[in-house]
Ligand binder design. Sequence first.
Ligand SMILES: NC(=O)CCC(=O)C(=O)O
Length: 278
Amino acid sequence: MAEFTVSVIQVSYGDEEAMADRIERVAGLVRAEAGRDLVVLPELWPVGGFDVAHWEERAQEIPGPGPVEATGLPERRWVEAMSAAAREAGVTLHAGSTVERTAEPGPEGKDLWNTSVVLAPTGDVQAVYRKIHRFGFDSGEARTIEAGSELVTTPLGPFTAHLTTCFDLRFPELFRSGLDAGADLLVLPAAWPLPRVEHWRTLLRARAIENQYPLIGCNTAGTHAKRHEMGGGSLVLDANGDVLAEAGPDQEVLRVSLDPEHTARQREKFPVLASRRW
Ligand SMILES: NC(=O)CCC(=O)C(=O)O
């Protein structure tokens, strides 16, 4: 079976770059990966990452699965720009996440969500995932946005990918549920800060080792809201938790090939999952 080629774009940005400019810049980075099977972007990059004070004004509506309509406005919406970039590059694009505004509020009465989107090479929305575990305890996301409640898997080439986001990484039961739903690949965009970057690396490796699947973790670089320094260190692991590619602290593109047959070989050689009791 052919290898599955992946580009992980660790986007760096600060507060000085306008949202519309960043969207067009990142669309160009995606187009430069033409010919790859999958391109992955980080969490919350369109809205300025941890710049929570601006989320409300930067939130946008996101369509469900299907074609993306153009508004014709001079500033393209995030989802339109990403849809066009996926189509022009001929890639499947995990566009990372942004702050979504919905017409109807969620159970806590808020109309904002941390939502990621996978776009097919046609530019159609293929899958949408709303982050389940909100970061910030009694501030940030936990205060501002609603929590998603649906586990989402989607086909990515020969794999079935479980879509998760950043702080989700600390809740291993979510990943077991993804495995039980048939996932054999994990994709996790993030805005993970520098002070806890060792947690990032350790937990990513734990998730790959315990679930015996390859994993793509795409983090952010740069400093948000003048004080939140992001950790970089995007990581692609195989089903043994071995590092296939790892980024440094700055903007960088990782290019790797995943072997779709490695997982079965690893699980046969070391059949941990066959010893599960529940
Ligand atoms: N964006 C996030 O979810 C940050 C998570 C984080 O900083 C942590 O878990 O630590």
